[in-house]
Design a protein around this ligand. Structure first.
Ligand code: NAI
Length: 300
């Protein structure tokens, strides 16, 4: 195995089942010391249990690997990072994977449905990452993965809360990628598809069985490895053996002469050009985003 994690310490949140479990086993097989975090809650975020995380730790140890269980909620991210520091003395990789669903149409969504999904996905990823950030900066090494979703990228009926949280994680990751680069902290986001208890209500049992979480872990392991020296801020779709990178696309657009002002009728008239993706560009930074805007100011 060329990609190795010997002497590296990996935290995976929500690693008691589904994708997180597959990631934990994959890292451990390559020599990582793994903190297997899982609150052991239900898919809608109720209850708690030690057994999911413990079973994964037992499986890793049975295969000759090293792991410890942690049962805190990601809301207490500092405790999860502390578990890594107490048991293994450092933290090299954080995989923000813990998640729940509170699917409802927006008309029926309660404040609690909104808040709980925000708290687990966004605030949870923030808390764990925030606690790991300083140790990573000090050691000038870190790899962080966020777990987004197609629901956030494209929208999905009944998942306004989840979609908000999932695309929020990508925005979070893109900024951390900029701030972490000089300290060798690389931050990427995956949008996976896998059979798990989270998807067993939407996929057939056959699909759930075939869409193995193990098909997602290789991308994640590569991005989180030392072999990855430059790829940061990316967003990747991954599942069933398919892996692809996404980027923003911008139409050539329409520039209006602002010296005399322009109105909604002018926008309507230019609509085809505004929304036509022929010869589209792919801005990759706020600078790229602003270039044409400021050029038009100068032209004025
Ligand atoms: P899962 O339900 O099997 O795993 C999520 C784990 O997170 C569970 O073991 C749960 O106990 C744990 N968890 C929940 N709240 C927690 C908290 N507050 N603190 C610590 N642990 C907590 O589901 P799955 O499918 O493995 O999902 C993993 C991640 O992948 C989630 O973030 C999910 O949103 C995301 N995802 C999954 C997709 C799929 O097709 N399975 C699609 C897109 C995204």
């Amino acid at each position: 195995m060329t990609i190795r994690f010997d002497d590296r310490v990996v935290i995976i949140t929500g690693a008691g089942g589904g994708l997180g479990r597959a990631h934990a086993l994959a890292f451990a097989a390559r020599g990582a010391k793994v903190v297997v975090n899982d609150l052991g809650s239900s898919a809608i975020g109720t209850g708690a249990s030690h057994s999911p995380a413990q079973l994964v730790v037992d499986a890793i140890i049975a295969h000759g690997g090293e792991a410890v269980a942690n049962y805190d909620s990601v809301s207490d991210g500092d405790k999860i990072v502390q578990a890594a520091l107490d048991n293994f003395g450092r933290v090299d990789v954080v995989v923000n994977n813990a998640g729940i669903l509170r699917d409802k149409s927006f008309a029926k969504m309660s404040d609690e449905d909104w808040d709980l999904v925000y708290r687990v996905h966004v605030e949870g990823a923030y808390k764990v990452t925030k606690a790991a950030w300083e140790p990573m900066r000090n050691q000038q090494y870190g790899r962080i993965i966020m777990t987004a979703s197609a629901a956030g990228i494209y929208g999905n009926f009944g998942q306004a809360n989840y979609a908000m949280a999932k695309l929020g994680l990508h925005g979070f990751a893109q900024t951390l990628a900029l701030e972490g680069r000089s300290r060798n902290i690389l931050v990427n986001t995956i949008a996976p598809v896998a059979g798990s208890r989270m998807t067993e209500t939407i996929f057939t049992p056959e699909m759930v069985a075939k869409l193995k979480p193990e098909f997602v872990s290789p991308l994640l392991v590569w991005l989180a490895s030392e072999a990855n020296q430059e790829h940061t801020g990316g967003l990747y779709e991954v599942g069933a053996g398919f892996i692809a990178k996404l980027r923003w696309e911008r139409s050539r657009g329409q520039t209006f002469d602002i010296s005399g002002g322009f109105d909604a009728d002018a926008v309507a008239e230019a609509w085809d050009r505004i929304s036509d993706f022929t010869d589209a560009t792919h801005p990759g930074s706020t600078q790229d985003s602003f270039t044409q805007i400021f050029a038009n100011l100068q032209a004025d």
